[in-house]
Design a protein around this ligand. Structure first.
Ligand code: MG
Length: 302
C-alpha cells in the first residue's frame, strides 16, 4: 500500500492511500467500512503493521463505486511529506556506500577508511519538507549546498536490542529522502549543522508499506540535478544493510514506531564531482527510489 499525507484545497492535512491513480481518504474509507481508521500517518503506524492486511481485505470487499465516493484525483490534492512532523530527529547514516566513502575522502574531511560501525547523526523534525517544495539555501550559513538520495526506513514498533535476523519485523515501510547537506557547515566532525537546517529532508512522495517491497536490499536509487543524472546505484551496495543498522541503532537507543532512518547515499554527490558542484537558486533535484517514487525539490536562495 502506498500511503500519503495530503491536503485538498479546503482540508487540513489528511491520511490517504493510492488506488487506481486516486487518493482514497483513510478516515472516510474507515467510515464506509465500519472500521475506524485515523487521519494521521503516525496514528496509523501506532495501530501496528497488521492493520495494513486488514485494510487490504476491506478494500477487496469494497466496490469501485464506493471507493470513488471517498477518493480524490491526484490533480485535486497536494502531497505533503508522509510524516510531516516526526516525533524525534530523523536518524541519518553517514558513509554507508563504499564509492561514496571514496569520493568523500577525496574531497571532504573524511578518511576513506571503511567504518567499522555505522556512522550515526541526526536531522531535526523541522528538516522535513514535501515533494514539490523549496529547499532553502541560506547563504549566511553555506556556499556548498549538496544533495543525497537515500532510502528511508520507517519503523513500525518499539525495539531495543533487536537482532539483525529479526530486524525487518520492526519495519513498517519505506520512503525516499534527500539528505540535503551543507558541506561547509561541519563543525569538528559534527554533522548536525551541515544536515539539520530547515527543509534539509525532503521526503515522499509516499510511504510504501513493507509488504509491497519484495527486497529492500535490491532497489535502484538515483538523483537527477536539472535533468542530468548524478547518482545511480542500488541498495544492495550498502555497507551496513538495514538489518545491521537496526541491530546497531537499537543497542544505542530504543527505536519506536514512526522513527525514520535515512540509510545513506551512494556516490555522485556534488562534493565528489571534479570540479565540485554546489547547488544554486533554481536548481531542481529529482530523487528516486525504485518501487517508491520520485520527489522533486527546487533550491531557493534566502
Ligand atoms: Mg546522507
Amino acid at each position: 500500500m502506498k500511503l500519503a499525507t495530503y491536503t485538498t484545497a479546503e482540508s487540513e492535512p489528511r491520511l490517504g492511500f493510492l488506488s487506481n491513480n486516486s487518493i482514497v481518504d483513510m478516515e472516510d474509507f474507515g467510515d464506509i467500512s465500519n472500521f475506524p481508521l485515523p487521519n494521521d500517518m503516525l496514528e496509523l503506524i501506532d495501530m501496528g503493521f497488521e492493520v495494513i492486511a486488514e485494510i487490504n481485505d476491506l478494500i477487496a470487499n469494497t466496490s469501485k463505486e464506493d471507493l470513488k465516493e471517498v477518493s480524490y484525483s491526484l490533480a485535486e490534492i497536494t502531497l505533503l511529506a508522509p510524516i510531516q512532523k516526526p516525533r524525534k530527529n530523523i536518524i541519518g547514516i553517514g558513509l554507508n556506500f563504499t564509492e561514496h566513502i571514496a569520493e568523500s575522502a577525496r574531497t571532504l574531511d573524511t578518511t576513506g577508511k571503511l567504518p567499522q560501525k555505522p556512522i550515526i547523526f541526526s536531522k531535526p523534525p523541522t528538516t522535513v519538507t514535501a515533494t514539490n517544495t523549496d529547499v532553502l539555501l541560506n547563504t549566511k550559513l553555506t556556499q556548498q549546498l549538496d544533495y543525497e538520495v537515500e532510502l528511508a526506513v520507517i519503523m513500525g514498533k518499539k525495539g531495543k536490542y533487536v537482532s539483525a535476523e529479526n530486524a525487518l519485523d520492526y519495519v513498517f515501510g519505506y520512503s525516499v529522502i534527500n539528505d540535503i547537506s551543507a558541506r561547509d557547515c561541519r563543525r569538528e566532525g559534527q554533522w548536525i549543522v551541515s544536515k539539520g537546517q530547515d527543509t534539509f529532508a525532503p521526503m515522499g512522495p509516499y510511504l510504501v508499506t513493507k509488504d509491497e517491497i519484495e527486497n529492500p536490499h535490491n532497489l535502484n536509487l538515483s538523483l537527477k540535478l536539472n535533468g542530468v543524472q548524478k547518482q545511480n546505484s542500488n541498495t544492495k551496495l550498502m555497507l551496513f544493510n538495514i538489518n545491521e543498522l537496526i541491530e546497531d541503532l537499537s543497542t544505542v537507543f530504543t527505536l519506536e514506531a514512526g522513527d525514520i532512518i535515512a540509510t545513506g547515499t551512494p556516490a555522485g554527490v556534488g562534493a565528489g564531482q571534479n570540479p565540485q558542484q554546489w547547488m544554486r537558486d533554481g536548481d531542481v533535484m529529482e530523487a528516486t527510489v525504485e518501487g517508491i517514487g520520485t520527489i522533486v525539490n527546487t533550491v531557493r536562495e534566502i
